[in-house]
Every structure is written in structure tokens, then in C-alpha cells.
Write a protein that binds this ligand. Structure first.
Ligand SMILES: CC(C)(COP(=O)(O)OP(=O)(O)OC[C@H]1O[C@@H](n2cnc3c(N)ncnc32)[C@H](O)[C@@H]1OP(=O)(O)O)[C@@H](O)C(=O)NCCC(=O)NCCS
Length: 117
């Protein structure tokens, strides 16, 4: 993807206290974009927050003219892989040794792609 672009960030808040439950950040260079990260507070995972957040985030990115979206994810990150696949992301590449782990070893990243409607 070309350098530069706009940063798009969305947050998920709970109603009453406006506590931050999660956030998603992407870089957009229409017609392409890249999800930089998405995270949900560990205490609120597995309740669908990530799915709601990603659905809203993808809609906003699509409205900015992005047709193709990429991301990189640790091949061992089962929750993230499940979430991304649910939204139509498919593996298009592999980057061996891409992530440095705390124990000094390195983890493989999968490059995934989705086409936005
Ligand atoms: C990835 C992440 C954002 C998902 O948030 P979430 O609010 O739990 O998402 P959801 O509840 O909408 O969905 C999570 C899915 O992962 C599944 N899941 C959760 N833990 C899992 C595990 N250990 N193994 C397999 N699947 C798992 C859930 O069952 C759910 O899938 P389903 O709806 O088909 O059942 C969250 O786990 C997170 O913040 N992880 C740490 C940050 C991170 O790794 N981000 C991705 C960077 S690329």
C-alpha cells in the first residue's frame, strides 16, 4: 500500500460510564486500507464487542472509498483470526519471523485481505 493516508480510529464505549471497551485503528489510502490494530479490554472479550466494533469500523472505512483492506495478524492469535475470518478476511501471504516475542523467539504473521462492498 502507498505511504501516507488518513488514520481512522473508532472506539467502543459502554453506555452509562462511557468506559472504553475497545478501539480499532486503520490507515486509509483509497481504494486501499490497512487495519493497524483492534483491541478489546480483556475483561470484556468474547461478548461480541470486537465484532460490533469491527463492523462499524469497516463501514466507516468503506464510506471513505476503501475497496480493499489488508492486515497482519500473528498466526497463533486464534480470537483475532476468528474475528477477521467472520468479516471475510482471507489469507493472502505469510511473513515468517515478523513479530518479536518476549521470550526472544519470533512469530509468523499472516497477511489477510478483505474486499469491502
Ligand atoms: C481479537 C479481539 C479484538 C476480539 O475481541 P472480542 O470482543 O473478544 O471479539 P468477539 O467477542 O466479537 O469475537 C471473538 C471471537 O473469537 C473467539 N475466541 C475468543 N477466544 C478464543 C480462543 N482462545 N480460541 C478460539 N477462538 C476464540 C470467540 O468465540 C469469538 O468468535 P465467535 O463469535 O465466532 O464465537 C480481542 O480478543 C483482543 O483484544 N485481543 C488482543 C488484541 C489483539 O490480538 N488484536 C488483534 C491484533 S491483529
Amino acid at each position: 500500500m502507498a505511504a501516507g493516508g488518513d488514520i481512522v480510529a473508532d472506539v467502543a464505549l459502554d453506555g452509562p460510564g462511557a468506559r472504553l471497551l475497545g478501539f480499532a485503528i486503520s490507515r486509509t489510502v483509497p481504494p486501499e486500507g490497512e487495519i493497524l490494530t483492534i483491541a478489546v479490554d480483556a475483561a470484556f472479550r468474547r461478548h461480541g464487542v470486537g465484532g460490533i466494533l469491527l463492523r462499524e469500523h469497516l463501514a466507516r472505512i468503506a464510506a471513505k472509498g476503501v475497496k480493499t483492506l489488508f492486515l497482519e495478524v500473528d498466526e497463533g492469535n486464534a480470537p483475532a483470526l476468528k474475528l477477521y475470518r467472520r468479516f471475510g478476511f482471507q489469507q493472502v501471504g505469510v511473513r515468517a519471523g515478523y513479530y518479536a516475542k518476549k521470550d526472544g523467539s519470533r512469530a509468523t504473521a499472516l497477511v489477510m485481505r478483505a474486499d469491502l462492498d
